[in-house]
Write a protein that binds this ligand. Sequence first.
Ligand SMILES: *Cc1c(COP(=O)(O)O)cnc(C)c1O
Length: 458
Amino acid sequence: MQYISTRGGVPATDFTGVLMEGLARDGGLYVPASWPQIARPLKPQSYIETAMQVLGAFTKGSLETAELHQILENTYTPRADGFSTPEVTPLVKLDDNLSVLELFHGPTIAFKDVALQLLGRLFDNQLKKTGQKITIVGATSGDTGSAAIEGCRHAAGADIYILYPNNRPSEVQRRQMTTVDAPNVHALAVDGNFDDCQAIVKQLFNDPDFRVRHNLSAVNSINWARIAAQVVYYIHVAYSYDQPVNFVVPTGNFGNVYAAYVAKNMGAPIKRLVVASNRNDILTRFFETGTMRMADVEATLSPSMDIQVSSNFERLLFDVLGRDSAALSSTMGSFRSTGEFSLGTDTMATLRGLFTAVRCDDITTSETIAATYKKYGYTIDPHTAVGMHAYNVLKNELEGPVVTLACAHPAKFPHAVESATGVRPTLPAALADLYERQERFTILPNSADAVRGFIEKA
Ligand SMILES: *Cc1c(COP(=O)(O)O)cnc(C)c1O
């Protein structure tokens, strides 16, 4: 399988190149040169069997079948520090038409584990082959950091540095980053906010000497391997129904719902995709108006979707512009310089044929957690509630079964859940002693030099 950059400025490369590079050197994002097709399986399959089909197609020519199979077995077979169920992403039926896809059974109880548990092992496999070392540097407001740490701690050739704003993540999120006892893991509490952390990471990546000397690599969802891992559950679920299914996806960075779009392109029977946003509704405004316009980020009850620029949207835009790199580059260029771009009526009609978008504010998020608990006796986290609200708004319009995605375990956001339902959610058994574990982290000033110095010395 060959991959091309959306900006068209670099040669095509294979899966291994895409995995190790993350962002293409022309500033674009890698996408497959064509969509592989996955047919309906003849009999029901396990999660790992579906993963073999899907990731087998994406890694063709880069990984041997037996090699990939071993990696998938290691990643998705239940274990104390991994996924807790052989179904990996169980589907829970709430009523005749509505099911919830639980994506929170990994070690950090949020959906990013599904991809990052695999990414860490893919890195490890590749680094063992080449004897190389890499340095992973990432900024997080909470969920990505802990999932990246859990995913990469076993990759001996990788040193991982996660920057988070000191005193900002929830206690559960912070403890998941600071209680990992592995010499290659470094949690750095920066005296600043999330944007400051991201700006420091950018400065390190933009320092060519430092970047090359430490072989810097990225773990955010611009890495195609993360998208590929997420395509698996959409295909797995879609083929478990005998008619086309609708998915409701809470999203900020457009990563998870883009993976659903990829699954549809690969032949999975998927009807509509619902984009659910919180108060940071750049995507919903875009689907309503045809204009993508940046705004300030506001803090909400669903912090993992408090995002202003949805980076994976570039991959979708590339397709709707007819895979025309020049047109894509000029649109992205104007977005960077003016903070907005608009698409024509025909293009918007194509997009609206695939996606519907709904927003949800904090009051409605809380009410939806309470109402879902009351109606079904089922507890959802605030991110999941944003999707559940979109389902409530659209349920009479959507034809066929609906699956809404549960992106985090309710115990990851205990305050919001307790204040809505009156019941404090409990952590799963594997994390029961989280509050007793020893924390290890370093507080650093808000400065790229301080972080660079720390990495140089470590
Ligand atoms: C990261 C995250 C999201 C948003 O994912 P996208 O990549 O923006 O689609 C939603 N919910 C939770 C709990 C998350 O951790």
